[in-house]
Design a protein around this ligand. Sequence first.
Ligand code: HEC
Length: 246
Amino acid sequence: MSASNIPPQEPFNESDQENEVNVVGIHESILREREEPKDGYEPIPLWLIAVFFALIFWAGIYLAMNSGGFQKDVFNPEMVAWAGGGSAVAAAPPDPKVIGKRLYTQNCVVCHQTTGLGVAGQFPPLVGSEWVVGGDWVGDNHLVKILLHGLQGAVQVKGATYNNAMPPWQQLKDDQIAAILTYIRSEWGNAASPITPEYVKSVRDAAVGRTEPWSQKELKAIPAEAAGASAQPPATPAAPPANPAA
Ligand code: HEC
């Protein structure tokens, strides 16, 4: 095999006029043959339609998973619309007992159990407890005080003695404590009146600055009070301030 079949190539020479091709002329004719651009719509590419629907589908799933069922109280789960305070828009105000149950499950179940029966010898029962539904000397004020500041030392519950410590819950809001107490007073066969946030507030305000948990001995010295009584408007309206000018 030799390179003899390949014709010898002439070296390119700029000055070689014979070989010159009129490039500009060729392009001019091509441009002339081209169709004129015209008005109208190109069909949307299929892949773009597919992407579009995939996005809508994803958005639907995203919304369904993250919208919290479109409940109006989703971002304020502890919202309690108390009777009288509810707005006209609210179809059914959230039941304090439902909120109370949720808060009880979050905060109290570990010790007092879902059954409200507690753990023998360690955590006293709430079912039928005189502290919860009221007893000889135990009033609603004592119950709210225990919740706000805790309880320690020897206590008698349904005839049994416990000597342990109950943590304070003053970090909870008035309506949250009211909801928990309303729940434990009406659950498991307990049937005591609801506790209002206003009552919790009045007990909280009366013990401002207290950090110590209560003891049974200390509480016994405080006269029993019924939440219902103070929730009513005072029987005797506050005397008008003495007018020195009179
Ligand atoms: C860490 C465990 C613990 C948690 C959590 C707890 N408690 Fe208690 N609770 C106790 C103990 C212990 C006592 C008894 C204290 C003592 O022996 O002095 C008690 C006593 C009580 C009493 C008075 C006695 C009785 O049984 O009726 C009530 C009412 C009560 N707790 C309600 C609650 C509520 C409502 C919550 C939730 C907000 C709660 N507790 C959370 C441990 C707990």
